[in-house]
Design a protein around this ligand. Structure first.
Ligand SMILES: [Zn+2]
Length: 165
């Protein structure tokens, strides 16, 4: 059985979920019973679950969807170009709890790539939650009529516009 990365709509947890191809959707979140959706990604194996969960715990706390999207792009580029060393430094200073997980890979390129691939999946999963925010914002923009001359000045200045004679 494949293990696909899922994100929970309820608590935002990203985890590897055992998932048969014949299932219509993944089982509900064991933590909050929220609905989970599958994140487009490669599939993982049973052996990946422990590391994936540790990485997810380490980085998803307080991670903004926009930052998740940016980091997902950076990791894609790093994996593609093979410049993985620098990105580890940046990630480890952002999340000190990642440091021990990075250190155990030693200088093993294969282990490092596997770890980065998981992080990329997690960041991309978090970036998916951005969609609902975008919809809410555009709905607000549609509701609000345009009054270009009665709103506050763009920089928040309360000074009335007057000509100095
Ligand atoms: Zn949940």
């Amino acid at each position: 059985m494949a293990h696909l990365p899922t994100i929970c709509d309820g608590c935002g947890r990203v985890s590897l979920t055992p998932f048969a191809g014949t299932d219509a959707q993944p089982p509900d979140c064991p933590h909050c019973a929220g609905a989970r959706r599958v994140v487009p990604s490669c599939s993982y194996g049973q052996a990946d679950i422990a590391l994936f969960d540790e990485l997810s715990e380490a980085v998803t706390e307080g991670l903004d969807p926009i930052e998740g999207q940016r980091l997902g792009h950076e990791l894609s580029h790093a994996l593609w170009s093979g410049t993985t060393g620098e990105i580890f430094d940046g990630l480890a200073s952002r999340w000190p709890s990642l440091m021990p997980l990075v250190l155990v890979t030693g200088n093993n390129q294969g282990h490092q790539r596997r770890l980065l691939l998981m992080l990329k999946t997690i960041f991309e999963a978090v970036s998916l939650t951005r969609r609902s925010g975008t919809v809410a914002m555009s709905a607000e923009a549609v509701r609000r009529p345009h009054h270009p001359y009665t709103g506050p000045p763009p920089h928040g200045s309360a000074a009335p516009r007057s000509r100095r004679d």
